[in-house]
Design a protein around this ligand. Sequence first.
Ligand SMILES: C[S@@+](CC[C@H](N)C(=O)[O-])C[C@H]1O[C@@H](n2cnc3c(N)ncnc32)[C@H](O)[C@@H]1O
Length: 225
Amino acid sequence: MSAATGAMPWWYWNRFVLQRLREGVERELLGLDLPEETPLLEFGCGNKPYADMATRYGYCYEGADFKDNKHADIVIDEAGRVDCKDGTYPVVLSIQVLEHVPDPGAYLREVRRLLSDGGRLVLSTHGMWEYHPCPTDYWRWTLDGLEKLLIDNGFKVESKQGIVGLMAASVQLFQDSVRRRLPRGFRQVFVFLCQGIMSLLDRMQGTNSKNRNSMIYLLVASVER
Ligand SMILES: C[S@@+](CC[C@H](N)C(=O)[O-])C[C@H]1O[C@@H](n2cnc3c(N)ncnc32)[C@H](O)[C@@H]1O
């Protein structure tokens, strides 16, 4: 899943999830409470949907991605590494990348190498979502599984949360399984209704329940050497 930049139209097919994710990332970036001009690397930046937000909050933003991504400031090589010194960044942002990475452990160890002592990784990836290759789509997680993966690769988990619980998730998956079969004229209205129902249902779902089953998990993890 890739975050759209700018205002999303009312019929946008994953509007609710993207809004919730964006609010979560915003909360975490603000919560780090770091000095102005703190370097931040988005590792797997796509079209940089979080660049404006990070810059607005005083971070010095750079995006890394593969060489065919014209938005990338820093190129990730085929082995998943970047040509940057150890400990360059106090903050690394990884939003909706991990499910596309063939070896998540190797990816996290490269992030760990790039982080300075005490540096923080803000990470999100999918619990439940339809197949969406970019360029491939390998994994889905539980919060327990993600936490274990982070600990096994040298991180300490500082905070964790599920974004969009099971009730709303079931509507998103229902919407995505049928929307392309609908007549074009009805599709936008159908998506609009589904996204509205998701918003209502998600308000009824508690935090504990979202941590057990969620469309997206968002974690902050630190490194200490
Ligand atoms: C779904 S997009 C998300 C982009 C952006 N972070 C966002 O939230 O919109 C996934 C991104 O991960 C990148 N990616 C895929 N495999 C990767 C890997 N092994 N290492 C780093 N980035 C990777 C892709 O090139 C793509 O830009």
